[in-house]
Design a protein around this ligand. Structure first.
Ligand code: NAD
Length: 353
């Protein structure tokens, strides 16, 4: 396939990573940009030389020569745009989370299955990080043995991005669907995607968005607005798998804590690993416990390289050179887990799969 033509739908904060990464890939032409906010779309189109700018994504999908789209809109429009794109015969890279509900996720999967062999890649960008891929090589070679426990904490002390992120209707939830989606997926992926047996969880709306706090900056949505906030500020979960393994996670937008925390650990019968804050492997040899520190450019998640590798992979999938490592069925499974955590929190009961 010659150079592929890409359309980007949603030209807000995270789209920068998509625009920059596509622009650096010589196999790609950024062909069209769409955003509800016309000036935002126009600004990106000018910067990246896109020929078409629009505010209605249907017009973008009607461009016959367009090969693929990135969906970088609010979570509540991922499903309808992804399904329309597949029906219009386009490949799709959709930002995480895949969508807001299991029903939407299954409808997207159906559209993929009914498409003419189109790729839908879910934007689980952390799968593409160098530390993840290096660790996966060790795991696949059996160096960790069976992984029976994983634990992740992604705790912001002040980090409710406001705007649509804080609006349940448009986001589907707070830190669980926004941050938990990444770390739950990463652990599940590296554990070998075990079948879920049951899920229990708790969510808390205790501290609000803390818009009163001064002297500390944080990530904000393109249309930042602190007036509305009806999402949780903390979530935790224990996920049990059919193979006996378990995964514990806690995530927050805000918390009375001394500092931010980003830790991801996996524990296996032959070795363990920490992925964040920096990749390190623990094992034993000749009756001695060892910590192995890989020599690499970055042992932590490199945001720019992670996105570049995600987008390069998507482009190769569009060109038919390989199959995505982040397929729709994984997005569906993660939606089932996230939904079960919210349901468990509401009912106070464990959800059986
Ligand atoms: N992979 C990551 O690490 C990561 C990081 C941040 C955000 N995200 C995801 O990216 C998506 C966007 O987040 P963001 O931070 O860029 O938000 P944002 O608010 O900064 O940008 C979203 C843009 O989408 C536009 N938009 C919304 N609905 C639209 C529609 N129907 N048609 C056209 N344009 C529409 C908005 O006008 C806005 O400009 C979300 O799904 C979010 O979860 C992923």
């Amino acid at each position: 396939m010659s150079v592929i033509k890409i359309g980007i739908i949603g030209a807000g904060s995270i789209s920068d990573m998509h625009f920059d990464s596509y622009a650096k890939n010589p196999q790609v032409e950024i062909y069209a940009v769409c955003d509800l906010n016309q000036s935002r779309a126009e600004e990106k189109a000018i910067k990246f030389g896109a020929q078409h700018v629009m505010t209605d994504y249907h017009e973008l999908l009607a461009l016959e020569e367009l090969d693929a789209v990135s969906i970088c809109t609010w979570n509540n429009s991922h499903a309808e745009i992804a399904i329309s794109a597949l029906k219009a015969d386009k490949h799709v890279l959709v930002e995480k989370p895949l969508c807001k509900t299991v029903e939407e996720a299954e409808a997207i999967q159906k559209a993929v299955n009914e498409s003419n062999g189109k790729t839908l890649q879910v934007g689980f960008v952390r799968r593409f990080a160098s530390n993840t891929q290096v660790l996966k090589t060790f795991i696949d070679a059996g160096d960790l043995g069976d992984i029976y426990y994983a634990k992740a904490s992604c705790l912001r002390v002040l980090g409710n991005p406001g705007g649509w992120f804080a609006d349940q209707e448009r986001s589907g939830g707070g830190p669980l669907i926004d941050l938990g989606v990444h770390v739950i997926d990463l652990c599940w992926y590296l554990m070998g995607k075990p079948k879920v047996k049951s899920v229990t969880g708790n969510t808390y709306n205790k501290l609000g968005n803390r818009a009163n706090i001064q002297n500390k900056s944080y990530y904000k949505a393109a249309d930042f607005d602190s007036n509305k906030n009806d999402v949780e500020d903390l979530a935790n979960t224990l996920i049990r798998f059919e193979n006996g393994a378990s995964l514990m996670v806690d995530v927050s937008f805000t918390l009375h804590a001394k500092e931010e925390k980003m830790e991801i650990h996996l524990f296996g019968e032959r070795g363990g690993a920490q992925i964040e804050p920096a990749l390190e492997i623990a094992t034993e040899k000749h009756n001695t416990m060892l910590n192995l520190v890989p020599q690499m450019d970055s042992r932590t998640f490199d945001f720019v390289k992670g996105f570049q590798d995600e987008i390069n992979h998507f482009v190769e999938c569009v060109q038919g050179k390989q199959e995505t490592i982040s397929p729709v069925e994984d997005g569906v499974e993660i939606m089932k887990i996230l939904t079960a955590i919210y349901d468990s929190s509401k009912t106070g009961a464990e959800i059986q799969f």
